[in-house]
Design a protein around this ligand. Structure first.
Ligand SMILES: [Zn+2]
Length: 289
């Protein structure tokens, strides 16, 4: 079994690496965490698992943590959807991004995470594309963001939208449909009364690994492992969200072991591009008919 120092070496993180912010659960590894994770995974059956995807949130200004994240996914050859905030990308940041995650490497699913990641709500939870904003305003921001995404990522841009803070409204879906987006990925359920448009994918996040606010680390870890054990209760796609800015060395170790275990189990991992493929093919077929 690899120790912490081996992992730091393998993923390029120094021995003193600590993120600016992190949840209590990721502070200190409890002695038996590997066994606990193994137990949670042992209750799963690959054939009963929904298609799983991993998604890294808030991509823009990147450094060592992002590089370490890319190395882990490359090592396990598991695709990672990259939720990019278009306004955060400068030329220098774009270059640094592609040093860690080369644009022509197939593992990365470059897609749009809002426009500026600024909340526009005056009350309630934060949202850039919430109920407070009218269709034309939402449409405009999504379009500016999309143009920048297409400029930077070209054919590697995947037309899926993940709204900041996971909040969106009926008009967000309308704007996305008008602009030819093919799916949305969020932790929140669909707004009440809204049906999933035909040919449009709902890619729900079932587990948020790093945005956790419990002050009781043991309880929080148990809750997290329970959610891992419940992955096969999802009937559609199941997303696992990563926030690398909040990852401690323990969080990297945990992710590494999670990926290892899920791979050993025979889990089907999907890239965002693969998820859209059947739809594109169907469309191509119907055009030929
Ligand atoms: Zn975000």
């Amino acid at each position: 079994m690899r120790g912490t120092s081996g992992l730091q070496e393998a993923f390029g993180l120094g021995t003193s690496y600590v993120p600016r912010q992190y949840a209590q659960v990721w502070k200190t590894p409890p002695p038996e965490w590997r066994e606990q994770l193994d137990t949670a995974i042992s209750g799963l059956t690959a054939t009963e698992l929904p298609p799983i995807f991993f998604i890294a949130n808030d991509i823009g200004a990147e450094g060592r943590a992002f590089d370490a994240l890319c190395r882990i996914f490359r090592r396990h050859q598991v695709p990672l959807a990259m939720a990019v905030v278009p306004a955060w990308l400068s030329d220098a940041r774009r270059e640094r991004l592609f040093l860690s995650a080369p644009i022509d490497e197939e593992l990365w699913g470059w897609h749009q995470h809002g426009w500026r990641h600024v909340s526009r709500q005056e009350s309630g939870g934060k949202a850039e594309f919430g109920e407070a904003r009218a269709l034309d305003r939402q449409h405009e921001d999504i379009l500016i963001g999309r143009r920048k995404m297409e400029l930077i990522f070209g054919p590697h841009f995947v037309p899926i939208f993940s709204p900041p803070w996971s909040r969106f409204s009926a008009v967000t879906l309308k704007a996305l449909r008008t602009q030819g987006f093919k799916g949305i990925s969020a932790a929140a359920p669909f707004p009440p009364g809204i049906k999933l448009p035909w040919g449009f994918f709902n890619l729900p996040i079932k587990i948020d690994l790093h945005t956790r606010n419990s002050a009781n680390p043991a309880k929080d870890l148990n809750q997290l492992l329970t959610k891992v054990g419940q992955l096969q209760n999802s009937d559609d796609y199941a997303g696992i969200m990563i926030r690398h800015q909040l990852m401690t060395l323990f969080a990297f170790q945990f992710l590494d072991h999670l990926l290892y275990n899920l791979k050993m189990l025979g889990t089907r991992f999907f890239s965002f591009r693969e998820i859209l493929q059947p739809f594109d093919e169907k469309k191509a077929c119907s055009r030929l008919r």
